[in-house]
Write a protein that binds this ligand. Sequence first.
Ligand SMILES: O=P(O)(O)OC[C@H]1O[C@H](O)[C@H](O)[C@@H](O)[C@@H]1O
Length: 537
Amino acid sequence: MDVTYREEEVASAASSVAGRLVADGVPQRLAAGDPTLWVWDADAETPSGHRRPAPLRASRELLPELGRLAERARAAGLTNVVLAGAGDSATAAEVICDTDDVPLTLLDTTDPGQVLRALAGGLDHTLVVVASESGATLETDCLLRVFERAFADAGIDPAGRFVVVTAPGSPLEERALDAGHDVVAVRPQPGGRHAALSAYALVPAALAGADVARLLDDAEEVLPLLSLDTGNPGLDLGAALGGAALAGRDKLILDDQLTAINGLSGWIEQLVAASTGKDCRGVLPVVAADPNGTGDELVVAIESDLGDVRVDGPLGAQFLVWEYATAMAALLLEVAPSARPAVAESAENTAALLSLPDLPTGAPAFVDGPVEAYGAVGSHDLPGLFADLLHAIPADGYLAITAYLDRLAAFDAPVPDGADFEQMTDAWMMADAHTLRTLLALRTDRPVTFGWGPGALHGSGQYHKDGPQNGVFLQITGAVGEDVGVPGRPYTLGRVQLAQALGDLVALEKRGRPAVRLHLTDRAAGVARLLAAAQEA
Ligand SMILES: O=P(O)(O)OC[C@H]1O[C@H](O)[C@H](O)[C@@H](O)[C@@H]1O
């Protein structure tokens, strides 16, 4: 595992803060298992005499059980693995599976269309992993209920169709045991931010066919380096992130286009944003975007020379080193990495909204074809609104787009007969809400970020609300065609999804952060209109 500084200014900022961390004995405190710095294993040391983060030992011990579960699923022909989960572990499981090229359907969403797509994926050979440490995350609870009902409706015995991963004693554990589902009770708890190498990510990944033992080997190989004062990749990366942020370079542009690890930037984004974004401080990760060359950027490239910092190493080591480095950066910024008060606040707002007879959407400020605009809007159409939003971004700020839509909907776009691959990808791109990010980014030298809601609420959502007061926020929601009822609850997935958007809006507005919601009354036509309007001057 290597971290290389490729720019003098980064090297000198990093070396001065690394010196401070070493003088404060941070690597030694980490090696000694200081619980304020890491989730340490209380009673085990590695053969090299170092303590190891709790999830590593627990996950290693879990391997035989994982093997048995995977074997049983294979024998039963359950080849379609659906993961109902949220946050760090769900994102990590997706990266592991994409990198190992094994299929996993991640549902970290309440979008009815996306869930219906998964339900149509062949229930007869589907195994659902429900992973939630708290056992109380709204979207995960909804998905468990929806899939239980779907199996029952299809005449499929749910026995052996669910593997529930949760903390012992959580409400989910009790419910799952009552229903006769397989339960993996996780001890000790990794805490949200250290879940990538824990059972919450490894159970779904192993069931999908990924080589999770190798992942743990790769992580354990780098572990002894993390207690060193020099040649410590976690310290080097953390000092680069923290040193740069303290020097005003607090926009972290992540470049992973040349690595074979698929989607690592998305996992790093949620880790860094949620761990550092609080007390009006933090590092803003920016994914899938070119640098603008402004003075507040730090470009970190995975396995390439395209950045100011280069990070090389296999996925298991990347997970561990980024977790360590992010804890270091948080220490330097003097924020508590594990606190995520704003994530909880939005979730509470959503729960309160769902208890109302109707969701308080208000009246649109204007309607532009299939798009309604809500919020404090000065313009009368979308081109005017986009111009205003871009203009409103402070000199050190950013624009964040969160789309509460089906992230796979673009693939439904009609492609011309006989289209080649390039024409097909063009058609998909012009039907994808994500393309709005690219189009708006062309018009500003400030970072424009994009996330799919509600998944993004668990990561960048923390930064959006409690990070620096310099964000401008654009939400996109959409009308629901076919909705999905949530059995045992008085709401549908569509209503939950809208309540999640509105709950986050309440939290943003409470802080005086400018936010606008665009509602697509026809989703496909609405996306097309957004993209066209973004290109109108
Ligand atoms: O695993 P769960 O309890 O369902 O939580 C899912 C996510 O919820 C919140 O966003 C926490 O801040 C995250 O740390 C966690 O990953």
